[in-house]
Ligand binder design. Structure first.
Ligand code: ARG
Length: 460
């Protein structure tokens, strides 16, 4: 048995069957097959170019690996647990196919720098894809903001009606968050996009390798500068999990709002039927499963960050087998983030907005009370005094069942002589929204300018 192993030389007893299963990673790291093959071809080319292996071996290796790639993609490759991981599964198959040339592939390399390379290659492509998904969701938000540009809704603090805002302004708040998320992913890409191969097991290699050439072949703008760090570093994975956690936190907040807004109490939006499910017992139900699930999946993404941080905590340099546990949290985060972004982009684009309901809610709850106070300030009253006056007016409104826009001028005058008939124009929902013109405010012209700005940025 030990003789099957690529490292079997120093062993006299076979590996225990359960130990073999327990230590194997092939079940989850097989998804790195393409990166593993790409990295091996580049490594072989460099070995050949440096005269470390014969030129004809390079050709045999490249052809052999290309065949194996085709086999895996066609589903004709038998992955073996006794060969532990993707690296040894592919290498063993290659040697079985092409003999000695295959056995020379691992010259000047270790699985420690090989696995670091594979994960970086894998994550690099996924990061680019995730940025594409972020763009799609940003597009959907911009679409809703443009379609409903002047729709007014209540803005909340403490989930209590605060001030009227534009629905488009609310959508644009998520655009801001997602743009930052994209920035974090792009930043993570910079540190992921560094070639670790050439570190060997930990100390470098005695062969005259050319790492810069491998970097060129694999499109890495940089190579790592310390062999110990090259095989021990998983910061890029941690950065990705951390950026993903923040991103999922944003999606969970949006989910929560969509769930709330879809209730019969709010009815601000309606999610299309294709994004909801019914109840097996209550015929009237239409449940917002998609945002609920995205909100729920935020948990596993946070968990993955904590798993990876904990796996890496206190590990002495350089490689330790613990680090094999890096893959599942990383892969699960990639899958969850991609799935959530994809489904959100479609759901947001298709959701139906209810301007009538939003407006009705915005008009209730004394949402323009601050505008009355600001009006008084413009008439020369200090803000704190104005606040007190309007507070009393609100209490009067509650007692008499009147909204602020239903007060007569005489009723207003009872609270302050400074109030004239022009108060009516100052406290319409439109006046309230459009008065907030400074950068970042909810005024229509300001939101429109921000949408245009974001659209232009998206086109770059
Ligand atoms: N399967 C291993 C991992 O994912 C590959 C590196 C193994 N290296 C070693 N020295 N055992 O981390």
């Amino acid at each position: 048995m030990s003789k099957d192993k690529l490292w079997g030389g120093r062993f006299t007893q076979p590996t225990d069957k359960f130990v073999e299963e327990f230590t194997a990673s092939i079940d989850f790291d097989k998804r790195l097959y393409r990166q593993d093959i790409r990295g091996s071809i580049a490594h072989a080319k460099m070995l050949g170019r440096q005269g470390i292996i014969p030129a004809e071996d390079v050709v045999a290796i490249e052809n052999g690996l290309t065949d194996i790639l085709a086999q895996i993609e066609a589903g004709n490759f038998d992955f073996s647990v006794s060969l532990e991981d993707i690296h040894m599964n592919i290498e063993a198959r290659l040697s079985a196919k092409i003999g000695d040339a295959g056995k020379r592939l691992h010259t000047g390399r270790s699985r420690n720098d090989q696995v670091a390379l594979d994960i970086r290659l894998y994550l690099r492509d996924e990061l680019v894809e995730i940025c594409g998904y972020l763009d799609r969701l940003i597009d959907s938000l911009l679409f809703q903001a443009e379609e409903n540009l002047s729709v007014i809704m209540p803005g909340f603090t403490h989930l209590q009606t605060a001030q009227p805002i534009l629905f488009s302004h609310h959508m644009m708040a998520y655009v801001e968050m997602l743009k930052r998320d994209k920035g974090r992913m792009e930043d993570c890409l910079k540190r992921t996009n560094v070639l670790p191969l050439g570190a060997g097991a930990l100390a470098g290699t005695t062969f005259p390798i050319d790492r810069e050439y491998v970097a060129e072949l694999l499109d890495f703008p940089q190579v790592t500068r310390n062999s110990l760090d090259s095989v021990s570093d998983r910061d890029f994975g941690l950065e990705f999990c951390s950026a993903s956690s923040i991103l999922m936190m944003h999606l969970s907040r949006f989910s929560e709002e969509l769930i709330l807004w879809s209730t019969s109490e709010f009815r601000f939006v309606e999610l299309t039927d294709s994004f909801c499910t019914g109840s097996s017992i209550m015929p009237q139900k239409k449940n917002p499963d998609v945002p609920e699930l995205v909100r729920g999946k935020t948990g596993r993404v946070y968990g993955n960050l904590i798993s990876l941080l904990t796996v890496m905590k206190s590990l002495p340099l350089a490689y330790n087998k613990d680090m094999q546990e890096d893959k599942e949290p990383l892969f699960d985060t990639i899958d969850t983030v991609k799935g959530s972004l994809k489904i959100f982009a479609d759901m947001v684009r298709e959701m139906k907005v209810r301007p009538d309901r939003m407006r009705q809610a915005a008009a209730a709850g004394f949402s323009t009370a601050t505008d009355v106070a600001d009006y008084l300030v413009r008439k020369g009253i200090a803000f704190r005094d104005a606040h007190e006056i309007v507070g009393k007016a609100v209490r009067y409104g509650i007692e008499t069942g009147k909204d602020l826009d239903q007060f007569s001028t005489a009723e207003w005058k009872a609270f302050s002589e400074a109030i004239d008939a022009d108060i009516a124009d100052a406290i319409t929902l439109e006046a309230s929204v459009n008065a907030r013109k400074a950068t970042g405010g909810t005024a229509l012209e300001r939101v429109k300018a921000e949408i245009d700005r974001a659209r232009a940025e998206q086109k770059q």
